[in-house]
Ligand binder design. Structure first.
Ligand code: HEM
Length: 211
């Protein structure tokens, strides 16, 4: 989905929105500083006026980036994410309660919000994908490496595996379901890392790339 960029900062200057524009206060943060911790005590909506901020989740030693915000993007402090200044950043901040009162009068605000939230959703789906499937994927690759060493046939610079297994058998060998295995194999094929040739035959054009 492609969302066109709306200049929410320009929209705020339009006649009739003076009251809302006034409730946004500029705050500047130095490069590489933490701007907001999750669920900040003040519930604010902010618009990035300049600079870039990283929105991320952090648990113990893990961090997951949800979005990188740039000029004109909006976000809020009432989420579980951290907000960090990648560069010197100026934010226009207003209490969420104020923005709520006027939101319907600026449809562009909703458009901007959808754009930012869809980026957040895209990254969140990738994170779920990684967490849920990464281990399965490495087991599949490890298994293919094993078969390749045992019985792979050199072909056109790559190697052909004749697994001689049904999808069910293959799935149970790598400890997953038939559906997940198919999803993983299709995704490896889409990335050009393998070629599924039917009847349990898999061609690996470049073993190093698959690794
Ligand atoms: C006037 C505007 C807004 C209102 C009234 C509002 C209200 C709310 C409420 C009531 C929640 C549920 C909080 C909870 O479960 O404790 C929520 C969650 C959330 N809001 Fe907003 N919101 C507004 C604007 C925004 C904007 C501009 C963004 C980002 C572009 C945003 C992003 C989120 C996110 C990501 C959550 C989920 C938080 C989490 O579970 O970590 N909101 N919002």
């Amino acid at each position: 989905m492609i969302h066109t960029r709306i200049d929410i900062l320009a929209e705020l200057q339009k006649p009739g929105l003076e009251e809302l524009a006034k409730s946004f206060q500029a705050r500047t943060y130095a490069r590489k500083t933490q701007i907001f911790l999750p669920n900040h005590e003040q519930d604010l909506i902010f618009i990035v006026s300049s600079g870039r901020t990283r929105i991320y989740l952090a648990y113990e030693d893990k961090e997951f980036t949800l979005a990188i915000l740039e000029r004109g993007d909006v976000y809020s402090t009432h989420t579980r994410a951290y907000v960090y200044a990648l560069e010197e950043t100026t934010l226009l901040c207003a209490p969420t309660s104020q923005v709520r009162k006027h939101m319907l009068r600026i449809p562009e605000f909703t458009g901007t919000m959808v754009r930012v939230l869809s980026e957040l959703l895209k990254h969140s789906i990738s994170i779920i994908d990684d967490l849920a499937f990464r281990d399965v994927q490495s087991r599949i690759v490890r298994f293919m490496r094993f078969v390749s060493k045992q019985s792979g046939v050199a072909e056109a610079g790559g190697v052909l595996l004749n697994l001689g297994l049904t999808t069910e058998e293959f799935a149970s060998l790598v400890g997953t379901t038939r559906q997940t295995l198919s999803t993983m194999l299709n995704s490896l094929e889409r990335d050009g890392l393998i070629e599924l040739r039917g009847r349990g035959a898999i061609f690996i054009p470049d073993a190093a790339a698959l690794e």
